[in-house]
Design a protein around this ligand. Structure first.
Ligand SMILES: [Zn+2]
Length: 144
């Protein structure tokens, strides 16, 4: 027998309450944040003067037409190697120079120090706020 929307929501809230260890009423009050991809689409739509729907359709077309990843694209192990050593062998760097997605991937694993420190500070504050760590206990205070 098909469940009603309310029955499905109640099951989700009950699971959320159990998972978070909070009363059912509190689980129902968890804010429903707008998904990040939709926020990003709305921001880009404002910049381009088009609708968020048009941005999402354009992104979907790009993904459908993309040939990434190709057999020559970086493996997760190579990305890990780059994040640890800051380089790859000459042949693989040659691929990166000619492959936009792989180039963007390596740029993303090597963010500016300021952004990493900003992220760590936010993570420290969030962890401290929920009481999961004592300030400065688990997360490093600096990456330098
Ligand atoms: Zn590639």
């Amino acid at each position: 027998m098909a469940k009603t929307r309310e029955e499905v929501l109640e099951r989700i809230f009950a699971r959320r309450a159990e998972r978070l260890g909070v009363p059912l009423d509190e689980a129902r009050r968890v804010p429903r944040a707008k998904p990040l991809f939709l926020k990003a689409a709305e921001k880009r739509a404002r910049q381009l003067g088009i609708t968020p729907q048009e941005v999402l359709e354009s992104d979907l077309r790009s993904m459908q037409q993309s040939s990434y990843p190709s057999p020559e694209c970086l493996t997760p192990e190579e990305v890990q190697e780059f994040s640890e050593t800051g380089s790859l062998c000459e042949e693989r760097m040659g691929h990166v120079e000619n492959c936009e997605p792989c180039c963007a991937l390596l740029a993303a694993v090597d963010p500016p120090v300021e952004l990493v420190e900003q992220f760590l500070e936010q993570a420290r504050q969030a962890a401290f706020a929920v009481g999961s760590i004592e300030k400065g206990r688990i997360l490093p205070t600096s990456i330098t």
